[in-house]
Design a protein around this ligand. Structure first.
Ligand code: 4NP
Length: 158
């Protein structure tokens, strides 16, 4: 791949799941010495400029990562050419991303857990109305995907 890998993680609000996906991917890429760009956004604009949900901040802190400085942003048309990969946390996010894709889109658009062979076709469900245990599950899933994605990008198979 000639363009540096750049991965955008997309959920609905950009305060619960996609900031954790971004954090896990950032950490796994750094650990592997892989040079990447990454960001996360929401399909909705409810939380633009806001920090992540306190439960996501706490879950990331459980893994030694500070995401309190992340700020909510909404998916924009520029993202489709700026990023090599746009990865959706659930099927509804995936449908929205595809529906809004501009004609000049170059990004590979996929479901995040399609990166994990044993979880293909699965969603990372919205934990917004749940407790800390669902945020722990969210971390487990996004971290599995981050590891798989880093391995794939490092091996140059994508
Ligand atoms: P996220 O969770 O998509 O994982 O960030 C949500 C956060 C907020 C809302 C929905 C989902 N909301 O409706 O405000």
């Amino acid at each position: 791949m000639s363009q540096k890998p750049s991965v955008l993680f997309v959920c609905l609000g950009n305060i619960c799941r996609s900031p954790l996906a971004e954090a896990a991917f950032r950490a796994r890429a750094e650990e592997a010495g892989l040079d990447v760009e990454t960001d996360s956004v929401g399909t909705a604009g409810y939380h633009i400029g806001e920090p992540p949900d306190l439960r996501s901040i706490a879950e990331a802190a459980n893994h030694g990562i500070d995401i309190s400085g992340y700020r909510g942003r909404q998916l924009s048309a520029d993202d489709y050419t700026r990023f090599t990969h746009i990865l959706a946390l659930d099927h509804s996010n995936l449908a929205d991303i595809r529906e809004r894709a501009p004609a000049n889109s170059t990004a590979k658009i996929a479901l995040l857990l399609d990166q994990v062979p044993t979880r293909k076709g699965s969603a990372v469900d919205d934990p917004y109305h749940d407790g800390a245990d669902m945020f722990a599950l969210t971390w487990k899933l996004v971290d599995e995907a981050a590891k798989a994605l880093v391995a794939e990008l490092r091996d140059g198979s994508d």
